[in-house]
Design a protein around this ligand. Structure first.
Ligand code: NAI
Length: 384
C-alpha cells in the first residue's frame, strides 16, 4: 500500500511504517553519538511508544545499555487502515534493541488497568528479575479505574473563561481561542486521569509483587511554561492534575524507602498530546523560532539524553520545589523576552516570519513517519 498522511485538525489518522522506523533509528543514532553511561539496567517505561516516553526508552536502552519493558496503548493495523505511529515505533524499537542484544518487550494495553499491571509484573518476574527504574510518561484522555468508573480529562481553564491568540492548524492563521472554565467535576476527572494516583498505584503494585530492586529511580513528566500559557496549562485543569502528580511524587518518596521519585519539568514540544492543547501550538512555534536562532533547540530525544545522562546520573540537581528542570533553556530570560514580544506582535500576516511554522509541521508529520529524509514514500509498504 502507498501510505499518505491524512491530517484532521491536530491529528494524523495514518502512519507510515518505514518512516516511523526511520524516526526511531534516527533517535537511536543520536543517543549512540552521545556515548554510554552506567545507569539503570532494567527499566519499565509506561507510555513508551511516542513522544517523551519513546525518547526515554531509547535513551536508557542505547545510553545505559538497559533492558526495557514498555507499556503503551496503540492500535494495530487491520490490513486496510494503518496502525498508529506508536505501534510502528515500538516494533522498530524492539528490532533495533534486539540487534544490539538488549531485551525489549512491550505490552499493548491500558496501563490504568489491573490486568496490564499484572501482565507487566508477570513479565518482569519471568524475564527481568527486578527493575531499577520506572519511567511514567502517560498522556491519556481518559481512565477507567479498577472499580469500572470512567473519567475523561479536559483542557480548560480554572476560574474564568480565557481568551488568547491561537494558531489555527488547518490554515496556519492566527485567531482567538475562547477557552471555557472547567467545572469542579471536570477538574476532579482531569486529576483522576492525568494526576499521580495511577503512578502511586504502579509503585505499590510493583512493591507488593517484590519486583523492585534495592535502589529504584522513578520519574514522571510535567510542564510549567511561561505566563502566557498559565491559564491553559499550569493553572488550568491539566495544571491541577500536574499538582496532584507533584504531591504523588512526595507520597512515593515517603512511602517507598527504596525508591527515589522525581518530577522532570520538560520543554514544550510538538507531540500527539501537546498538539491538542489550544494556545500551546502557537507558543511552541514562537519558542522554536527563538531557540533555533540561538542554537538551543532540542527535540524529545535531545531532552531525554540530557535528562538521563546529565541530570539523573549527574548531580541530580533539583530546583526549590524538588523538580528536575529540563525546561532550563526554554525558560531563559533572553528566550522568554523575545517570545513574549513576538506573542504580542504575531498576526496572520506575519506569523510565517515570527514563528517557526515549518518547524512545527515538520515535527508534526515526522511524528507519524512522514517527511522523513531518505524514505521513499512512493514505494509500496506492508502496513501490517
Ligand atoms: P504522547 O502522546 O506522545 O505519549 C503518550 C504515551 O502514553 C504513548 O506511548 C501512549 O501509547 C501512552 N498511553 C496513553 N494512554 C495510555 C493507556 N491508557 N495505557 C497505556 N499507555 C497509554 O505524549 P507526551 O507529550 O510524550 O507526554 C508524556 C508526558 O510528558 C505527559 O505527562 C505530558 O504531560 C508530559 N510533558 C509533555 C510536554 C510536551 O510538550 N509534549 C512537555 C512537558 C511534559
Amino acid at each position: 500500500m502507498i501510505v499518505e498522511p491524512r491530517v484532521k485538525d491536530f491529528i494524523c489518522t495514518t502512519a507510515h511504517p518505514t518512516g516511523c522506523a526511520e524516526n526511531v533509528k534516527n533517535q537511536i543514532k543520536y543517543i549512540k553519538s552521545r556515548g554510554k553511561a552506567d545507569g539503570a539496567k532494567k527499566v519499565l517505561v509506561i507510555g513508551a511508544s511516542t513522544g517523551y516516553g519513546l525518547a526515554s526508552r531509547i535513551a536508557v536502552a542505547f545510553g545505559y545499555g538497559a533492558d526495557t519493558l514498555g507499556v503503551m496503548f496503540e492500535k494495530e493495523s487491520n490490513g486496510k487502515r494503518t496502525a498508529t505511529a506508536g505501534f510502528y515505533n515500538t516494533r522498530a524499537f524492539e528490532k533495533e534493541a534486539e540487534k544490539e542484544g538488549f531485551y525489549a518487550k512491550s505490552i499493548n494495553g491500558d496501563a490504568f488497568s489491573l490486568e496490564v499491571k499484572e501482565q507487566v509484573i508477570e513479565t518482569i518476574r519471568k524475564d527481568m528479575g527486578k527493575i531499577d527504574m520506572v519511567v511514567y510518561s502517560l498522556a491519556a484522555p481518559r481512565r477507567t479505574t479498577p472499580d469500572g468508573t470512567r473519567y475523561s480529562s479536559v483542557l480548560k481553564t480554572v476560574g474564568q473563561e480565557y481568551t488568547n491568540k491561537t494558531l489555527v492548524l488547518k490554515d496556519n492563521s492566527i485567531a482567538e481561542a475562547h477557552i471555557p472554565a472547567a467545572t469542579e467535576e471536570e477538574i476532579y476527572n482531569t486529576i483522576k486521569v492525568m494526576g499521580g494516583e495511577d503512578w502511586i498505584d504502579w509503585m505499590q503494585a510493583l512493591t507488593d509483587a517484590d519486583v523492585l530492586a534495592e535502589h529504584v529511580i522513578t520519574v514522571a513528566y510535567s510542564y510549567i511554561g511561561p505566563k502566557i500559557t498559565f491559564p491553559i496549562y499550569a493553572e488550568g485543569s491539566i495544571g491541577m492534575a500536574k499538582k496532584d502528580l507533584y504531591r504523588s511524587c512526595d507520597v512515593i518518596n515517603e512511602k517507598f524507602r527504596n525508591v527515589k521519585a522525581y518530577v522532570s519539568i520538560n520543554k514544550a514540544l510538538v507531540t500527539q498530546s501537546s498538539s491538542a492543547i489550544p494556545v500551546v501550538p502557537l507558543y511552541i512555534t514562537l519558542l522554536y523560532k527563538e531557540m533555533k536562532a540561538k542554537g538551543l533547540h532540542e527535540g524529545c530525544i535531545e531532552q531525554m539524553q540530557r535528562l538521563f545522562m546529565d541530570k539523573i546520573l549527574g548531580d541530580g540537581q533539583v530546583d526549590e520545589n524538588g523538580f528536575i528542570r529540563m525546561d532550563d533553556w526554554e525558560m531563559r530570560d533572553d528566550i522568554q523576552k523575545v517570545v513574549a514580544e513576538n506573542w504580542d506582535a504575531v498576526t496572520t500576516e506575519n506569523v510565517a516570519e515570527l514563528a517557526d511554522i515549518d518547524g512545527y509541521w515538520e515535527d508534526f508529520y515526522n511524528m507519524f513517519g512522514f517527511r522523513i529524509p531518505g524514505v521513499d514514500y512512493s514505494a509500496d509498504v506492508d502496513i501490517l
